[in-house]
Design a binder for this molecule. Structure first.
Ligand code: COA
Length: 328
């Protein structure tokens, strides 16, 4: 049985951090950030009392309302995140409590910027097995919590946000998630990481002083791998499914850098008109970028039955992958 996306929703915190705001606190410029990344502004969850579970719970509530179901009907909640509220319990359990999804089990999935595609494919397996009817898959991040706002190399890139989808059995074998190819290469772990707070470097005076509770990235190295792998996986998904560039309705890529997105579209031979882009408004929201794009297309009434969507991502791990969805 195939799994189809039957509802979508997004939730972005209201507070905007623009490139001009960053110019006030860092040696950077709007021009540098825009031309190197495509980002103009990003959203920040300012309330210190609120974290990733807040963003994801809003998404869950909206999906439940849009689909017109009760929370008790949800069988499983998967939250893809690298900024959970706490190491444990899982953020998914907090969402389960907040929306009173009393019959759902719940877990977090750690796939960094590929987390949503990992989670989407994982959720689809439970539908395919015939054991679950309604699986909520959410990508959510409070990236501002792990940003070093004195490091211009990283803090200009990321923002906060969440979005998700409801998976249900598809009406037939020709709609829903039709193909997925996911990858990992742990050798990339040395280029993009957050060392502090885990079992290797538990929180201490030293980990704080050495700024180990912030995200670190070798931007150049990650850029090179991302540009290659995103384009390769997009091409692979097209070949595996005999899709020509004309067949693809939308490319929905992870939003890390506009130049990576453009290179992927170019390799696929598709026009930028057919590419979901919102990095200018939200920056890189890690596991949330792809579902935010899907939710925006859906809200704008741009998705109709039979549309071919190619979703591709790349992130820390390294992790990367592609999923082919025929919209139901
Ligand atoms: N403002 C101004 N200058 C900045 C800056 C900023 N915000 N950030 C970095 N710079 C400087 C660097 O210090 C460097 O200066 P130097 O040459 O004097 O050392 C210079 O700009 C050029 O840096 P470089 O690394 O060559 O820039 P780039 O074109 O590679 O762009 C990134 C940098 C981070 C935008 C780019 O490498 C990138 O997008 N990487 C991948 C990001 C990614 O995909 N991450 C997540 C995967 S999920």
């Amino acid at each position: 049985m195939k799994a189809a996306i039957t509802a979508t929703a997004k939730y972005l915190p209201e507070s905007i951090l623009s490139n001009h705001d960053l110019e006030q606190i860092l040696d950077t410029s709007d021009e540098w950030i825009r031309t190197r990344t495509g980002i103009r502004e990003r959203r920040i969850l300012k309330d210190p009392e609120k974290a990733t579970s807040h963003l994801c719970s809003e998404v869950a509530r909206r999906i439940i309302e849009k689909r017109g179901i009760s929370a008790e009907e949800i069988d499983l909640i998967i939250v893809a995140t690298m900024t959970p509220d706490m190491i444990f319990p899982s953020t998914a359990c907090l969402v389960q409590k907040n929306v009173a999804a009393s019959n759902a089990w719940a877990f977090d999935l750690s796939g960094a910027c590929s987390g949503f595609l990992y989670a989407l494919n994982t959720g689809a397996q439970f539908i395919a097995a015939g054991t679950h009817d309604k699986v909520l898959v959410i990508g959510g991040e409070k990236m501002s919590a792990v940003m070093d706002y004195t490091d211009r190399n990283t803090c200009v890139l990321f923002g906060d946000g969440a979005a998700g989808v409801l998976l249900e059995p598809a009406q037939d074998e020709h709609h829903g998630l039709l193909d997925a190819k996911l990858h990992a290469d742990g050798r990339g772990s040395e280029h993009l990481y957050m060392q502090g707070g885990g079992s290797r470097h538990p929180a201490s005076k030293e980990t704080v002083e050495n700024r180990m509770h912030f995200l670190h990235q070798d931007g150049k190295q990650v850029f090179k791998s991302a540009v290659t792998q995103m384009a390769d996986i997009a091409e692979e998904i097209m070949k595996r499914n005999n899709l020509s560039s004309d067949d693809v309705t939308y490319l929905i890529p992870h939003q890390a850098n506009l130049r990576i997105i453009q290179a992927t579209a170019e390799r696929m031979g598709i026009d930028m008109q057919k590419v979901a882009v919102n990095i200018d408004r939200y920056g890189n929201t890690s596991a949330a970028t792809i579902p935010i794009c899907i939710a925006e297309l859906d809200e704008d009434g741009k998705l109709s039955s039979g549309n071919n969507l190619v979703l591709v991502s790349f992130g820390a791990g390294y992790t990367w992958g592609g999923i082919y969805v025929r919209w139901q």
